[in-house]
Design a protein around this ligand. Structure first.
Ligand code: GDP
Ligand code: MG
Length: 302
């Protein structure tokens, strides 16, 4: 059945150097906290989707990690994802901090957008205008001009993600620029929890390494909970799923010793991956022949 109105949908890449307020803006638009927000740069390790479903539109925000010089594997992955986000989006929001002068990193990011071999609609968003001296329209106009010079093809918006200035106007402008299309995700889904999936993979990897040939196949991991706990890190609760009743005691081990080892190895890996402390809780469950169950396979990491 064709709707009377045209539904709009698209991916919006949120770019900008660390700390300009990308996560804050996405969270504010979604009305809930998905991306980690922190006064420390680089809290966003993985790209995270924030999915905003409205009556007649769906916007999928890709909260990109800042493009930076990779120091380790995770850094490389982050850079690839930042590039990838640009390739697969309909719109780029290039966020800058209006309370500061452009930095080298702003220039670098702007040049990456300008230098793309494909054209992508870009909106330059000056955030944190609440930090500019009140009643200083001149200061804002000047700041707008210097940032606009970095990205002349972009439309310019001035907002405060925290105070809310022009947030609705920005949203309306994004919707105007999105193409017609069907929603990408179910309306109740607000994120794709990328980091959560990786955590599941790392737990499975640790289990496979420690169990060696004892359980050759048929181990899956389901992450049941992944909660941010601010400065104390993340809380993860996961289930190791085995195919046979006889596998369960092997995974648990003498007095729980094997499960403890798996948990501790996986926790270290997840901490390295995400750069923060992790509290990991594991349990084991039997689900007969889960590999034959297509739905289960799609749900589980395995
Ligand atoms: P990201 O690294 O770009 O994702 O930045 P975050 O969203 O983590 O924000 C970095 C810091 O800037 C946090 O302390 C935010 O509270 C703060 N911040 C974000 N937006 C605004 C704003 O509009 N005004 C002010 N004053 N602070 C903001
Ligand atoms: Mg962030």
């Amino acid at each position: 059945m064709k709707a009377a109105y045209q539904y709009k949908s698209g991916f919006v890449a949120v770019m900008g150097r660390p700390n300009v307020g990308k996560s804050t803006l996405v969270n504010a638009l979604l009305g809930q906290k998905i991306a980690a927000v922190s006064p420390r740069p680089q809290t966003t390790r993985k790209h995270q989707l924030g999915i905003l479903t409205l009556e007649d539109a769906q916007i999928v925000f890709v909260d990109t990690p800042g493009v930076h010089r990779p120091r380790h594997k995770l850094g490389e992955r982050m850079n690839e994802e930042a590039q990838d986000a640009l390739m697969h989006c309909e719109l780029v929001l290039f966020l800058v901090d209006a309370s500061q002068h452009p930095t080298d990193e702003d220039r670098l990011l702007a040049s990456r957008i300008t230098g793309l071999h494909f054209a992508v609609k870009t909106m330059l968003v000056l955030n944190k205008i609440d930090l500019l001296p009140a009643n200083s329209a001149q200061e804002l106009t000047e700041r707008q001009a210097v940032f606009h010079a970095l990205l002349p093809q972009a439309d310019v918006f001035a907002i405060s993600a925290t105070r809310g200035d022009n947030r609705e106007a920005l949203l309306a402008a994004m919707l105007e620029r999105l193409p017609e299309g069907e929603p990408f995700y179910p309306e109740e889904q607000v994120t794709d929890m990328f980091e959560r999936d990786i955590a599941g993979e790392l737990i499975r990897e640790a289990a496979l390494i420690l169990l060696r040939e004892e359980i050759p196949h048929g181990i899956a991991v389901r992450v049941d909970e992944f909660t941010e706990r601010g400065d104390t890190g993340a809380f993860i609760s996961a289930t190791v799923i085995v195919e046979r009743e006889s596998h369960k005691p092997i995974v648990i081990g003498q007095g729980g010793s094997m499960l403890k080892k798996i948990g501790s190895a996986a926790r270290k890996e997840i901490e390295t991956m995400s750069g923060r402390k992790v509290f990991l809780e594991l349990r084991v469950k039997v689900r007969k022949n889960w590999r034959e169950d297509e739905r289960a396979v799609r749900q589980l990491v395995g």
